[in-house]
Design a protein around this ligand. Structure first.
Ligand SMILES: *Cc1c(COP(=O)(O)O)cnc(C)c1O
Length: 428
């Protein structure tokens, strides 16, 4: 097979990649297939996938159960509009999600991507206030270091620095930011860490509708794992000041953090929950916003009597069929045993990084391993270093991290962590 397919030159000049430039873009590697935990490159090389295609491919690629579910759905219909029509796949997927998520989240809005699920959550929080005649309560309170997506509503609650708010200042709604939850998952809990958030909630209570944050694991905003007591405290602050709690579990949902949903670490239920990424096992784009009955019925009882959102591809039938199969696959597997096995292997395999002069911190939680460097990596050279070692990892900034599919073998984990230790140790 040719190392460089003919279309690659066209891609580099005409096709945007995530957060990329069209002028002398950094390398991209042509993929021709993927199976299990392996990506197959055009030149015949195979890479062990350490990214799960950004948290999503939890069962690996070409899983026979998911393939069969999608093929089976094609026999009926790929998609029908969801306005005025209904289908079994959406209803049964909703039933499962309501059953397995924290108590009280009884109603489901299917969205087409994680960012849209966050937009929907924010819109619910706004329509809820309008319905209650609390029209001045339009702001959100969140923490620094968060990531909630790339659309404008979502971007406005991303970390203002890494989210480049300065670029979009004039159009972004201004929300309230508390410091990053600065107590690590397994550190000794210190309630003083919540002081700033509580003071901001108290000070702005008249203009706030909700607190939005990623429970336990802050993903693309810094790969930071914070203490469950912080999340429990956030729930208390919401109750104290009459705020809704929006939990963005788009990255953490379906077992990644060691619990089926990261909220379970703190034993709390949010008022609104966003799911995405691993929902379809990484096969296609589908997300969901779940909401409790108090918020849902308050919205529906007031003017205009409907929730104002309805994407063209809402509850796409192929995606719903795939998501049902993927969630069943999680529930019928020993996902928690697998995630615990991965966590142990990551802890052990990445431990040597602690002694490297390039490294600021090493942390692992569930099936996520993070090596935080002192300096940002060079995104032109580091991909080659990993590909040369037969693994697929995509660091960003000062973070080299791994979150493999749950089916990853012990040998593959060893190869992933060994590559991370080697590549990091060779950094300047
Ligand atoms: C990825 C992510 C999003 C955005 O999802 P998209 O499908 O990329 O729009 C939102 N929140 C969190 C926590 C995420 O990890």
């Amino acid at each position: 097979m040719s190392a460089t397919p003919a279309w690659l030159a066209y891609d580099r000049e005409h096709v945007w990649h995530p957060y990329s430039t069209l002028i002398d873009p950094p390398p991209v590697f042509p993929v021709v297939g993927a199976e299990g935990c392996r990506l197959k490159l055009a030149d015949g090389r195979e890479l062990i996938d350490g990214m799960s295609s950004w948290w999503s491919a939890i069962h690996g690629y070409r899983h026979p159960v998911l393939d069969t579910a999608v093929r089976g759905q094609l026999e009926h219909m790929a998609h029908v509009m969801f306005g005025g029509l209904a289908h079994e796949g959406a209803a049964e997927l909703a039933r499962t999600l309501v059953d397995i998520t924290p108590a009280g989240l009884n109603h489901v809005f299917f969205a087409d991507s994680g960012s849209v699920a966050v937009e929907v959550a924010i819109k619910m929080a706004l329509q809820y206030r309008a319905a209650r005649g609390e029209v001045e309560k339009q702001k959100l309170l969140t923490v620094r270091g968060g990531y909630h997506g790339d659309t404008f509503g979502a971007m406005a609650v991303c970390d203002p620095v890494t989210g480049m708010h300065s670029l979009f200042n004039s159009v972004l709604p201004e929300h309230i930011f508390a410091p990053r939850p600065d107590v690590a998952f397994s550190e000794t809990w210190d309630a003083a860490v919540l002081t700033d958030l509580r003071e901001l909630a108290a000070f702005h209570a008249d203009t706030l509708t909700a607190i939005i944050l990623e429970p336990i694991v802050q993903g693309a905003g810094g790969m930071w794992f914070y203490h469950p007591a912080y999340l429990a405290g956030v729930r208390e602050i919401c109750d104290e000041f009459g705020l809704l709690l929006i939990a963005d579990e788009i990255a953490t949902g379906f077992g990644r953090s060691g619990r089926l949903f990261a909220c379970e670490h703190a034993g709390i239920a949010p008022d609104i929950l966003c799911l995405g990424k691993a929902l379809t096992g990484g096969y296609m784009t589908l997300a969901a916003t779940l909401v409790n009955s108090e918020v849902a019925y308050t919205i529906c009882r007031a003017e205009p009597g409907v929730f104002m959102h309805g994407p063209t591809f809402m509850a796409n039938a192929l995606a719903c069929a795939c998501a049902r199969a993927s969630v069943e696959l999680v529930l019928n597997s020993d996902w928690s045993g697998n995630v615990a096995r991965i966590e142990a292997a990551l802890r052990q395999g990445l431990a040597p990084c602690r002694d490297l002069p390039q490294v600021a911190d090493v942390r692992c939680l569930g099936a996520i391993g993070v090596v935080e460097l002192k300096e940002p990596v060079d995104m032109r050279s580091i991909p080659h270093a990993f590909v040369a070692r037969g693994v697929w990892l995509r660091p960003f900034g000062r973070l080299v991290y791994v979150m493999p599919p749950y089916i990853v073998s012990d040998a593959e984990l060893t190869q992933l962590t060994a590559a991370m230790v080697e590549v990091v140790s060779e950094l300047p």
